[in-house]
Design a protein around this ligand. Sequence first.
Ligand code: SAH
Ligand code: SF4
Ligand code: F3S
Length: 471
Amino acid sequence: MAYNRVEIAEEEIEKQRKYMAEIRDMWHAIGRVPLACIDTYGCQQNEADSEKIRGMLSQMGYDFTDDTHEADVIVMNTCAVREHAEQRVFGNVGALTHTKRAKPDQIIVMCGCMVQQPTVAERIRRSFRHVDIVFGPHVLYRFPEFLHKVLTEKGRLFSVAESDGAVFEGLPTKRDGGTKAWLSIMNGCNNFCSYCIVPYVRGRERSRTPENILKDLKDLIAQGCKDITLLGQNVNSYGKGLGTGIDFSDLLKMANEVPGEFIIRFMTSHPKDASEKLFKTMAQCEKVAKHIHLPFQSGNNRVLKEMNRRYTREMYLDLVKMAREYMPDIVITSDVIVGFPGETDEEFEDTLSLIEEVKFDALFTFIYSKRTGTPAAEMPDPFTREQKQARFERLVALQNSISAENHRAYVGTTQTVLVDGKSGDSVYNLTSRTNGGRLVHLSGPEELIGSFTEAEITDCNTWALFGKVKK
Ligand code: SAH
Ligand code: SF4
Ligand code: F3S
């Protein structure tokens, strides 16, 4: 796969800054602070994009609300990964006909992965006529221009042309605050797993430069962020096509050298590109969390081949073994798909046995969802929804018992945790995370919010640990 990396020119971003300033001046002249409501679906990549949308809106003078009735602009940043996510979006956007009827000047925007699919864009064009602006992830940076055009000229605007995508720098971001932050290091995906829509809607894999990433990292640390996740669909192939010779492990080392007290995580890792160098680097870098999210998808080699994952069950198990040799306490989480087209009961048993063998700390479990345009959508799929649901339930029950067992091993230990906020509970008044990312409901003084502390783990359940701050 060729890597053809295009960076959006600074003049183009400058043009967007002018649009932002004009919109801000317009609202200033009207003499009212406009309100925006942002609804984000899907993965952390979308969360990171929404931070940019919020940043741009903020520069345009907007304040934020959760109430769709009072919003001057509503942005739905959508996800296409499973049918269920799309149905939720269509349901929610349908409901906005009422808010718009009561407030005809309201501008409704749909962006993100879902609208990048031509059939979806067409459906919105025809059947959701109250939606004013529709644009895909490739042109996120042009949001100010789109909003400006619709505010000044009225009418509807669609920008969903197919593209390999580009890298853009220099957009403002506005985060929710707090100790956690997302830092996108690359966009797109070249893997084309046969079930997955992401490569079609997010374009080709392209990496940001180490300089720009490290600059953002330093900014986040200066803002008080202490738990920073480097994001990409496949971070293990970071740097390809950049020509710097810096791979993901090198980037981790560079991030580890940035001064300050913080943890670096990353997701997602594709097993085909995870290497001994990565595990060695993780083990050596004290700021890199001892946690890896390593989706396996299926424990059966025929299914893995049909999925175009390009590793085998044996290769996956070897990777887990190697990771644990370098970091005996590493937390390993994963994604799995149940009911891939043609997956038999016997093949599903291989998925269960892999789970038993690895004993993941947590697992994100999905029932296969047909995505039109992907190769798997054309494969015969003889098993019923009920059969798949029954497999799914067995899998969840197995993982729950493993999670509970893994959690019991923490009871009686002391863990360094990052306290991230209040919980609302009277006993366990704080929430916190271990280095491996496990949730700890904690009792202790509120002054600790935003800092690392030692916690004695006293109890647990399937989903979380409980503890108290060590005196
Ligand atoms: N790039 C990441 C995954 C992004 S999508 C990776 O490869 O690890 C997150 C998860 O959604 C995937 O790991 C997969 O388990 C699930 N998923 C993707 N497409 C799906 C589909 N069509 N049906 C069900 N689950 C799907
Ligand atoms: Fe989808 Fe596979 Fe790319 Fe992940 S690696 S985004 S599952 S195509
Ligand atoms: Fe969804 Fe797009 Fe993320 S399809 S999972 S929001 S990359």
